[in-house]
Design a protein around this ligand. Structure first.
Ligand code: NOJ
Length: 561
């Protein structure tokens, strides 16, 4: 069947925007962002070109892992609002054509979750089996902890019953025993609940951790020998309840291991996955001013082994440390040297706690090129709030909190995020050169050269060019190491995209397989077109840190130039 509309698989050319309600916009003035505030900013997001919101955890929580420690998966943190406010937000977003996905944390709960409180009461408590326990002293697992600054084992002894429980993350986040059918049902029921309230899917936290039987196999009576059968079941359940909802998985594993998480050619597990490997190679390429590591990462995507309906989510920055764990030690040191040489800029020995603009010394040419690249890469772009205005970080804040400061709306005290006094704010507003006096939405809206205007244009063009999200892509041969030249093609639509990661202007010679004559490359970002010669050759000038989006137009082509 040939009927395919780009809206069928909406995630394949969505513009996703991640935010944390508590740091976005405070409507009631108590110093904490809320759902009512977010609903008031939906038009801003719509104008930016966002088509899907990803809400970080907003559930009741002791707040020891910024909300990823959930004490009630059905609830709403009362500081942010109630279920009515969530529904209003979802309704408003939908009215502007925007979808909403939310974090789903399957791997663990908070130790304050009622299940864990019960489970630790006694070895025969009915909830005991919701978590993973061992009775013999654990071996050294210090190499398996995710947060080496705080933990040195993935097992914690629970004094009351004298057994150890599994926790891949912090000790206050016991891992759920996902092999237990009761836990599986409980997770499905949570998904069903939020889907019924109108969400369009889930960003699934820490997938390889809960899909691993490590720690469980020896200690659990349930059979979990086929973990992927569980992920398939989760996807089936999702799709039964909502045909076009998605699972966007956090799966930071090498390309060859990603195939299984997509469900291979069947595409029946995660709908989308973040391209952590690609992201890390973007930074390596930017540090070296050499596009070849990125080109290689793009070529290495196992596209022939996954379903054409599956999708990669591209990102430059997220809410965690900018992890560089998939680079070699030497490569990671290169990125550290270029973008975060001081120890206080680094985290866990594997990443950076900075946002992009300070890393690039605030250079507007490099920043615009980087965001052009984000939207031009094959896949679906994901923005982290504040990226669109070039927010910086607060290195004085501990760990990953450095990049989770309040959104900067105006140059007022509190950055227009909240009228509450600084002492009441949920997190301090950035100070200094990247503070709200210099970096804010109001100012960016009135500045035709702002990053905000640039990213808005990129989002618009990306949406107009389904070949970027849907198409087949190839890295084009050309002689400049600093340049990434690639082409995306979907049906009749085809584009050539050029990005110069270095400061020197160049002329990029390309040879395209176009032999019908009269083919033009039409610039979608500025005036100009270049005609291919009869052998399909063309030479394209490119500024230092320049970028070009060129539509391949054949005679009679009626697409918009
Ligand atoms: C991944 C999340 O992105 C991170 O912020 C969190 O700390 C861990 N999962 C544990 O939930």
């Amino acid at each position: 069947m040939r009927i395919t509309d780009t809206s069928d698989l909406w995630w394949k050319n969505a513009v996703i925007y991640c935010l944390d309600v508590e740091t976005y916009f405070d409507a009631n003035g108590d110093g904490v962002g809320d759902f009512t505030g977010l609903a008031q900013r939906v038009d801003y997001l719509s104008e930016l070109g966002v088509t899907c919101l990803w809400l970080m955890p907003f559930y009741p929580t002791p707040g020891k892992d910024d909300g990823y420690d959930v004490s009630d998966m059905y609830g709403v943190d009362p500081r942010l609002g109630d279920h009515g406010d969530v529904v209003e937000l979802i309704r408003t977003a939908k009215d502007r054509g925007m979808r909403v996905i939310i974090d789903l944390i399957v791997n663990h709960t908070s130790d304050q979750h009622p299940w864990f409180k019960e489970a630790r009461k006694s070895k025969d408590n009915p909830y005991r089996d919701y978590y993973v326990w061992r009775s013999d002293p654990p071996p050294d697992t210090s190499d398996q902890v995710v947060f080496p600054d705080k933990e040195d084992s993935i097992w914690e002894k629970d004094e009351r019953t004298g057994e150890w429980y599994l926790h891949h993350f912090y000790r206050h986040q016991p891992d759920l025993n996902i092999a237990n059918p009761k836990v599986q049902d409980a997770i499905a029921s949570v998904m069903g609940f939020w889907l019924q309230l109108g969400v369009d899917g889930f960003r699934v936290d820490a997938v390889p951790f809960f899909l691993n039987d490590l720690g469980m196999s020896e200690h659990d009576k349930h059979d979990f020998s086929e973990p992927h059968a569980y992920l398939r079941a989760l996807r089936q359940f999702l799709q039964r309840r909502s045909g076009d909802a998605i699972l966007l998985g956090e799966v930071n594993v090498p390309f060859e291991d990603q195939v299984a998480f997509f469900g291979g050619r069947d595409g029946d597990e995660l709908t989308m996955m973040f391209d952590f490997v690609g992201m890390q190679n973007i930074y390596l390429s930017m540090a070296r001013e050499d596009a070849r590591p990125l080109a290689q990462a793009l070529r290495d995507r196992p596209l022939d082994q996954i379903s054409p309906d599956s999708q990669y989510a591209n990102f430059l920055r997220n809410h965690d440390e900018l992890t560089l764990d998939k680079l070699t030690d030497a490569e990671r040191q290169e990125v550290f040297a270029a973008f975060g040489p001081e120890p206080e800029m680094q985290l866990f020995g594997r990443g950076l706690k900075r946002r992009l603009p300070p890393m690039l010394g605030g250079d507007p040419r490099r920043l615009k090129m980087a965001y052009s690249l984000l939207f031009a890469l094959p896949g679906t772009p994901v923005l982290f709030y504040g990226e669109e205005i070039g927010m910086g970080e607060d290195l004085d804040l501990p760990g990953r909190m450095a990049v989770r400061t309040p959104m900067q709306w105006t140059d007022e005290p509190g950055g227009g995020f909240s009228p509450a006094p600084a002492s009441k704010l949920v997190a301090p507003v950035v100070t200094g050169g990247y503070g709200p006096e210099h970096v804010n939405v109001a100012r960016s809206r009135h500045d035709p050269d702002s990053l905000l205007r640039h990213i808005t244009l990129m989002a618009q063009r990306y949406r107009e060019c389904p070949e970027l999200g849907w198409g087949a892509f190839e890295v084009l041969d050309q002689p400049h190491h600093a340049v990434l030249a690639h082409r995306c093609t979907w049906d009749e639509a085809s584009m050539v995209l050029l990005h110069n990661l270095g400061p020197e202007p160049v002329v990029v010679p390309l040879a395209l397989e176009e032999d019908d004559g009269g083919t033009d490359l039409v610039d979608l970002l500025q005036e100009g077109r270049s005609r291919l010669d009869e052998r399909g050759r063309v030479e394209l000038p490119l500024d230092g840190y320049g970028y070009r989006w060129l539509r391949v137009m054949h005679p009679g082509d009626r697409r918009l130039p």
